[in-house]
Design a protein around this ligand. Structure first.
Ligand SMILES: *[C@@H]1O[C@H](CO)[C@@H](O)[C@H](O)[C@H]1NC(C)=O
Ligand SMILES: [Zn+2]
Length: 442
């Protein structure tokens, strides 16, 4: 009875919040809302609905389109605005269509209502990460087309699935495909992060994950006995040295000497030890094994090899009866041994073009940064292609993956101006027709 009553109240609440979700009468904002209202959250993203929406937008813009399905049920929509000079490498505007799940009861508006509140804030999962960007690209193209602009380079847009679960069935498959080779891509734009200040943020690289598990073994014994070299003691010694290292890195950030993406982050994510009982653990027994797991992120500017040496010698030394393994380890170097990053100096004309285009649209760009986590951009950088992570959201709290993710409609509209300026600059650029690194070298 009580449960039924509660369910009743919940469904009433859901109904009432749905009916009060405010749909904008501004066609640009209302298209943004419609994309956000498609629930593409894992584990059951409505990819087909998202693809249909994008295809219908593409049709209204007379863009060429194809739907690739590298993995059944996970459509990837590829759009093309053909350039007048097909010999020039193309521009690829990438965005992912999936979003992370949301805890509905923690939100002020339902996460898939895309409610527009009186301040102009659009609340939705994906409003920052990154449906805003995908549809801003399209709105910018709509304006450029209306203004009569004709691109010299072809402009492609990829709407990829699965970024939030690693991108293996999405951007990774695309980057490896023959279709991709045929696109002759010269520059990729992908996602960035919101910025609480007036400066937009742009990312030229990202930290690589190393998921480390260390394990200690030692003789078991009575809980009352003091003796050396127990598994617990050996593991704790390691944890102490990991903590010292973590503090040394974090201090650099706290002191303002380095940005978050420029240091190695280490966070303990699990501890596993003890002899279980039905209600807890045996209290008078020192166990013979103990494990700890760490999420480590390494910027491509750091020395990954020496970090691995530190792990083997200090964090999990065999001399202390410890072993270690990586659940995941991504190299910061490409196949040719170069750090995987996009140049932000004069060797990369796309960087200067971006800076200039943002300025022309009255935007401000902060110092280039290393993205603290992973994005699909890595699959393109791995090919030696320049890829810049950029989501034009200034004066906006960083709420990706958080409750109450929102984007203000005015920031959203400003972002369209910025993309209009960037796409125009990129698609018109004719010098240095060849991409930064020849693919034959790889
Ligand atoms: C390592 O394990 C061996 C065999 O159990 C033990 O004799 C030795 O004391 C242990 N050493 C350390 C440092 O834990
Ligand atoms: Zn994202």
């Amino acid at each position: 009875m009580e449960l039924r009553l509660r369910l009743c109240i919940i469904s009433l609440l859901l109904l009432s919040s749905k009916s009060t979700a405010i749909q904008s009468d501004h066609p640009i904002i209302s298209r943004f809302q419609r994309y956000l209202q498609i629930n593409t959250a894992h584990p059951n993203p409505q990819y087909r609905e998202a693809a249909d929406f994008i295809l219908s937008e593409a049709e209204s813009l007379s863009l060429q389109s194809q739907t690739l399905e590298f993995v059944p049920g996970k459509p990837l929509v590829l759009l093309k605005w053909p350039g007048s000079d097909p010999s020039l490498p193309s521009v690829l505007l990438n965005s992912h269509t999936d979003v992370v799940p949301a805890e509905h009861d923690k939100w002020v508006h339902p996460p898939f209502s895309a409610n527009l509140d009186p301040n102009g804030d659009v609340y939705a999962r994906g409003s920052q990460d990154m449906k805003c960007v995908g549809i801003q690209y399209l709105e910018a193209i709509r304006r450029l087309k209306a203004s009569g602009f004709k691109p010299k380079r072809s402009v492609y847009l990829s709407f990829v699935p699965d970024e939030e679960i690693g991108g293996h069935d999405g951007a990774e498959k695309l980057a490896e495909s023959d279709v991709f080779k045929g696109l002759n891509v010269g520059i990729v734009l992908d996602e960035g992060l919101a910025s609480p200040t007036e400066n937009y943020r742009a990312f030229y690289a990202e930290r690589c994950p190393m998921w480390l598990v260390i394990k200690a073994t030692g003789a078991p014994g009575h809980g009352a006995k003091l003796y050396d070299n127990t598994a617990m003691e050996n593991l704790l010694k390691s944890i102490e040295s990991v903590r010292r290292f973590r503090a040394s890195q974090f201090d650099l950030v706290k002191a303002g000497l380095k940005a978050e993406g420029e240091v190695v982050s280490v966070n303990m994510v699990f501890l596993k030890a003890g002899t279980p009982t039905p209600t807890g653990f045996v209290m008078n027994l020192q166990p013979s094994e103990a494990e700890a797991g760490f999420d480590i992120r390494v910027p491509p500017t750091a020395d990954q090899e020496s970090l691995e040496k530190r792990i083997a010698e200090e964090w999990a030394p065999a001399s202390r009866n410890m072993t270690f393994r990586f659940k995941q380890k991504v190299s910061v170097l490409d196949k040719a041994g170069r750090p995987i990053l996009t140049a932000t100096d004069s060797s990369n004309p796309w960087w200067a073009l971006l800076e200039d285009a943002v300025k022309k649209a009255n935007g401000k760009l902060g110092k280039p940064e290393i993205f603290p986590a992973s994005t699909d951009a890595r699959y393109f950088r791995n090919l030696g292609l320049p890829a810049i992570g950029f989501s034009p959201m200034a004066n906006t709290p960083i709420l990706l993956h958080d409750h109450n993710e929102f984007l203000n409609k005015d920031e959203y509209l400003k972002g369209i101006d910025v993309y209009e300026s960037i796409i125009k600059a990129y698609a018109s650029y004719v010098d240095g027709g060849r991409s930064a690194v020849s693919r034959d070298e790889l």
